[in-house]
Design a protein around this ligand. Structure first.
Ligand code: FAD
Length: 507
């Protein structure tokens, strides 16, 4: 068989999936329709949790992919929800990345493609996959004259996924009702920081610095809302022009900021769709192939890259033949953990849609009320920051589990380095807080035991009493114990270890 896994789609999610699978020693190949890597800047808002997961990938010379991107992006402390004027402040979040990184999507794709190139992972450009079939033992694809088989296939082929259609997976959702504008331009009057404009007569527009020279402009005119699906289709076929954009900005913001030299002019709608399941047999879906929504709050790319992170280690365990049932079709499988996240993603963007596109006095009042909630810096602001940043996204544990189970572990100090840099997609970390290496006997090829220091300050106080914690390859807590009880069984259950030395069993 040519490969263990074929990834269809060389966008950011496909490339990330391939990179993590390769890091877990899975033979993987990527097939991408475009002749060369994309030059599009679409997903330019990178949230903290995404930078955390990109830290797993070693870019060489002591750098991780997150380091590579940070050198190319612009850090912004604030994130927005529904382009409200009251913003969410990330600076107190418990992460090494307490900011949004503005970095054009093509740079993220280039960093991942470069990672794959240096590891000699085949990424076939100009290779459109036109057929996907599966049997009980394998998947088969056709791309031009090439036919390939593999044990599994990941469809990361975007919103119009042919993989999803070939697998017969439904993609239900809401019909679009508006058409917004989105463009990357240069400004004669640059803005130093993001500015959001909203008025119920003209529409809304956001002007967001992207790089030293480029500014992202997006928004919608009132006349382009409340449309039928047919009107949306028609409107989207008319290309956005610089003149049209300039006129819209003047109406909404009172100026077009001396806009010129567009590098990208496009339109977006607010259709939301979600795949009925993320796995059918040997075919799995990730990223936009599994969920699409209004591009609000910069979520799509981020959630997609985290899909890849959740999927890759489980699929690698399955390929290598040791995955316990819970990872393949049980309570911790990819579908069970990631579908609820995308359901919330769709709900969150629909809520933003309501806040952004209700151009009436009541819409204005709703926005003002939400601004007030956020400005109080209380629970609502914390909840929104936790969700948008990705840091509070967790996977529920079984009843009675320690409260940390399923949460994302903080970047704890280890005896050498920190947790995020120690994570690998092919092994668990067993954090030993006893200080006397009490749990060293539980180490194996799938579990690295490391001495860890309890976090202080911003982390969940529940960490204060923990004696040991088993951390999954994606950085979430699989098991935590304050007494040591149950640890041996938890390690065995998660890693499907069949034999433990007597000394370890007695711990
Ligand atoms: C205007 C706009 C602004 C956005 N802003 C943000 C943002 O700020 N932050 C954010 O997180 N997200 C944002 N997004 C969303 C983000 O761009 C997407 O969520 C992201 O690109 C999804 O990545 P993906 O790899 O799943 O899909 P894609 O990027 O669509 O990649 C899919 C790839 O599959 C290839 N392909 C398709 N069919 C085939 C086939 N049959 N055979 C082989 N290859 C195939 C395509 O050529 C493509 O390269 C924005 C989107 C838009 C439209």
């Amino acid at each position: 068989m040519a490969a263990d896994v074929i990834v269809v789609g060389g966008g950011p999610v496909g490339l990330m999936t391939a990179a993590l699978l390769d890091a877990a020693e899975v033979r993987v190949e990527v097939y991408e329709r475009n002749a060369e890597p994309s030059g599009q800047s679409r997903g330019a808002t990178m949230h903290p949790r995404t930078l955390e997961v990109l830290t797993m990938l070693d870019a060489g010379e002591g750098m991780r992919i997150s380091d590579v991107l940070m050198a190319q992006g612009k850090r912004v402390r604030q994130a927005h929800f529904a382009t409200l004027r009251a913003t969410l402040d990330y600076q107190d979040l418990d992460t090494p990345f307490p900011f949004v990184l503005m970095v054009p999507q093509w740079r993220t794709e280039r960093a991942l493609a470069e990672y794959l190139r240096t590891r000699a992972v085949p990424v076939h450009y100009g290779a459109e996959v036109t057929d996907v079939e599966q049997s009980a033992d394998e998947v088969r694809i056709r791309a031009g004259r090439t036919r390939r088989t593999a044990r599994y296939l990941v469809g990361a082929d975007g919103a119009h996924s042919m993989v999803r259609k070939a697998a017969g997976i439904d993609f239900e959702g809401t019909v679009p009702t508006m058409v917004g504008f989105v463009a990357d331009v240069q400004l004669a009057e640059p803005v130093p920081a993001a500015q959001h404009f909203w008025n119920h007569e003209a529409g809304h527009a956001s002007v967001v610095p992207l790089t030293e020279t480029t500014t992202r402009v997006f928004g919608v005119e009132v006349a382009d809302t409340g449309l039928t699906a047919d009107q949306v289709r028609r409107r989207q076929t008319e290309p956005l022009t610089l003149d049209e954009l300039s006129r819209a900005l003047k109406a909404i913001c009172g100026t077009d900021f001396g806009m010129h030299s567009p590098s990208w002019l496009s339109k977006a709608n607010n259709s939301s769709r979600h795949a009925a399941c993320y796995r059918k047999g040997r075919v799995l879906l990730a990223g936009d192939a599994a969920h699409v929504h209004l591009p609000a709050g910069g979520q799509g790319l981020n959630v997609g890259l985290q899909d890849a992170t959740n999927l890759a280690w489980k699929l690698a365990a399955e390929v290598h033949g040791w995955a316990p049932e819970r990872l393949i079709s049980g309570e911790a499988d990819y579908d069970s953990e990631r579908r609820p996240v995308a359901e919330r993603l769709v709900a969150s963007t629909l809520a933003q849609d309501a806040l952004m596109h209700n151009f009436s006095s009541s819409g204005e009042a709703l926005r003002d009320m939400f601004c007030g909630f956020i400005e109080r810096r209380g629970e609502l602001a914390a909840e929104l920051s936790g969700w948008l940043s990705g840091l509070a996204v967790g996977y529920p544990g079984p009843e009675g589990a320690h409260p940390l189970v399923g949460t994302k572990a903080p970047d704890l100090a280890l005896s050498a380095g920190t947790l995020l840099r120690a994570l690998r997609p092919d092994r668990f970390l067993l954090l030993d807080f006893t200080g006397d290496a009490s749990h060293a006997g539980l180490g194996s090829a799938r579990v690295e035991v490391v001495n860890a220091q309890r976090p202080s300050g911003r982390s969940d106080p529940a960490w204060g009493a923990v004696r040991a914690a088993l951390i999954r390859p994606d950085g979430h807590v699989a098991y935590a114990t304050e007494s040591g009880a149950g640890l041996v069984d938890a390690v065995a259950e998660w890693t499907a270890a069949v034999h433990w030395p007597v000394s370890a069993r007695e711990l």
